[in-house]
Design a protein around this ligand. Structure first.
Ligand code: AQP
Length: 335
């Protein structure tokens, strides 16, 4: 379907409140949403229904949901221009999710690498894996399709799920007429896959408990500095962007996204210098970025304004989502 209601392209994306936000979430997703905020018409969500695909403590989930929302706004999303809301507050997400379940073949979900990775972590204990974890890419398709999003700004790990969303939308359009906008993933050239600091072969992730692996957005400055100073590198001497040196490459990539400098400028800056210099400069850059955001977050978390903003965001999102859901229901004979 071609959307003619607005001149600006529409975006939709979200973050799961499944644990502490980390630098990868910020650099791979949220920072880019903020940077491009005026280019697109945006809807950004805290996807709490995705978080419950693995067990969550209710008190912690509520707190994490508010933290993600506060972080969006503290990082620079302007709720007057951009719709920010919590997924479970708009019932059409789950409703369209069910309808799309009935259209999506199991085989498509069995091919999703993120499910295979997460299921593999449980080993033989398949009883512990929820149906929701298997099925969550369909709910993600519902999230995106409800807002007629043209573009989905995500990190590299979500690309396959956006491709699945395209397949689902195309199938619906083939079966029921041209009723859904087919979206595309929007993935940054730099920073779309921030790796762990301790093990740079694994992506930085909320659910990874390896000490020093992730930089938590709300970590104390001394802990952030310590994690960076202890980051795994190698025994070579030059500081250059080399994908065969994954620890160094990752640190330089983080610095590149934060500083906005080119690779050439960065290599020149660190010519003749050692890892200690690079790590100290990087730690300063991370703290310079995160400290003011943390301060703004803390004041939002202590205010009821945040809850009012989320209520307003859900009211605005609901109008759009219900319209799309009704369009699908009508086309399928459910109205
Ligand atoms: N390491 C990363 N580098 C760049 N981008 C990343 N994203 C996640 N990790 C990195 C992007 O952040 C957005 C929100 O991710 P999510 O909360 O939906 O879940 P995820 O991708 O599964 O992230 P985590 O942190 O690894 O969560 P857990 O451990 O709970 O599964 C997405 O755009 C994602 O691409």
């Amino acid at each position: 379907m071609t959307d003619t209601t607005t001149k600006r392209l529409k975006t939709f994306s979200g973050v799961k409140p499944s644990g502490g936000l980390h630098l990868g979430n910020y650099l791979g997703a949220i920072k880019r949403w903020v940077d491009d905020q005026d280019v697109y018409e945006n809807v950004f969500c805290i996807v709490d229904l995705h978080a419950i695909t693995v067990p969550q403590d209710p008190v912690a989930l509520r707190q994490q949901t508010r933290e993600v929302a506060a972080f969006y706004i503290a990082a620079g999303l302007n709720p007057a221009r951009t719709i920010v809301f919590v997924q479970s507050h708009v019932s059409a997400h789950a409703e369209l999710g069910w309808v799309l379940n009935c259209i999506t073949p199991m085989g498509w979900l069995e091919r999703m690498t993120q499910f295979k990775d997460k299921a593999a972590r449980e080993g033989d204990n398949r009883e512990r894996i929820s149906t929701g974890l298997f099925d969550y890419p369909v709910l993600m398709a519902s999230d995106i399709l409800l807002y007629d999003a043209n573009l989905v700004p995500v990190g590299d790990d979500q690309k396959q799920h956006v491709e699945l969303t395209r397949d689902i939308a195309e199938r619906v359009n083939r079966l029921y007429g041209d009723i859904l906008v087919v979206p595309k993933p929007l993935i940054a050239e730099t920073g779309a896959r921030i790796m762990g600091l301790a093990d740079p072969f694994k992506k930085m992730s909320k659910s990874d408990n390896l000490p020093g692996q992730a930089i938590g957005i709300f970590d104390k400055p001394e802990d952030i500095r310590k994690a960076i100073m202890r980051a795994t590198t190698d025994s070579e001497r030059t500081i250059v962007f080399d994908t065969n040196r994954p620890g160094l490459y990752n640190l330089l990539t983080i610095y590149q996204v934060l500083s906005g400098e080119t690779r050439e400028q960065i290599e020149t800056r660190f010519e003749g210098k050692g890892y200690g210099d690079l790590k100290r400069t990087l730690a300063d850059a991370v703290l310079d970025t995160l400290s003011p955001i943390q301060a703004r977050c803390n004041s939002l978390l202590n205010s009821s304004d945040l809850d009012d903003l989320l209520r307003d965001g859900a009211d605005r999102a609901r109008v759009i989502a219900d319209r799309t859901f009704n369009r699908v229901c009508t086309a399928m004979g459910l109205r």
